[in-house]
Design a protein around this ligand. Structure first.
Ligand SMILES: Nc1nc2c(ncn2[C@@H]2O[C@H](COP(=O)(O)OP(=O)(O)OP(=O)(O)O)[C@@H](O)[C@H]2O)c(=O)[nH]1
Length: 182
């Protein structure tokens, strides 16, 4: 059966939970400690609608407004997860900056994006409402989800939704990288 190789970049401000969401998805566990990422790559095979996908997740170093968009994340990347923390206004501003840099790089090419408001378990510290996040995603024509990296299901949903969106766009543009697994 043919499998599709897909590369996903997880981006956003520092400490929003990019690594935690990636580890929760790949290993099914929550890591409480904070260890700033330089760059990490994870792989995982998933099956959705009888289709196997070999995913490469690139967990990037935290960005801010001043970080130049790392050019390697504009090559061969099939989709983006842009993460902010619902407890951190700055992180919400930073996802906007990253999205605009992405658009500048990709021009009119449609790249699937999932906007993720993470840390919903910290509801007492919430600074960004669900509606604000949803509105931003609508403006971008992106998918919107709120998550807690403490929950496996919510981390998995991000990547499943992104894959389905990629399929939709592939369906329109014609398929790209296929691989054969023996
Ligand atoms: N309560 C709670 N804490 C979280 C959640 N996600 C991440 N954290 C914590 O927030 C801190 C930062 O998480 P990371 O996953 O390292 O964040 P990051 O975005 O990868 O950080 P950088 O590597 O600096 O870019 C860690 O202490 C995590 O345990 C969440 O959903 N809920």
């Amino acid at each position: 059966m043919s499998c599709k190789q897909r590369k996903i970049a997880v981006m956003g401000y520092r400490s929003v939970g990019k690594s935690s969401l990636s580890i929760q998805f790949v290993d099914g566990q929550f890591v409480d400690s904070y260890d700033p990422t330089i760059e990490n790559t994870f792989t995982k095979t998933v099956r959705i609608n009888s289709q196997d996908y070999e995913l490469t997740l690139v967990d990037t170093a935290g960005q801010d407004e001043l970080t130049l968009f790392p050019s390697q994340y504009s090559i061969d990347v099939h989709g983006y997860v842009l993460v902010y923390s619902i407890t951190d206004i700055r992180s919400f501003e930073v996802v906007g900056t990253i999205f605009h840099k992405l658009q500048d790089l990709n021009g009119k090419i449609q790249v699937p994006v999932v906007l993720v408001g993470n840390k919903t378990d910290l509801h007492m510290e919430r600074m960004i409402s669900y509606e604000e996040g949803k509105k931003l995603a609508e403006d971008w024509n992106a998918i919107f989800l709120e998550t807690s990296a403490k929950q496996t299901a919510s981390a998995s949903e991000i990547f499943h939704m992104l894959l389905l969106e990629m399929e939709k766009i592939d369906g329109i543009l014609g398929d790209r990288s296929n691989c054969i697994v023996s």
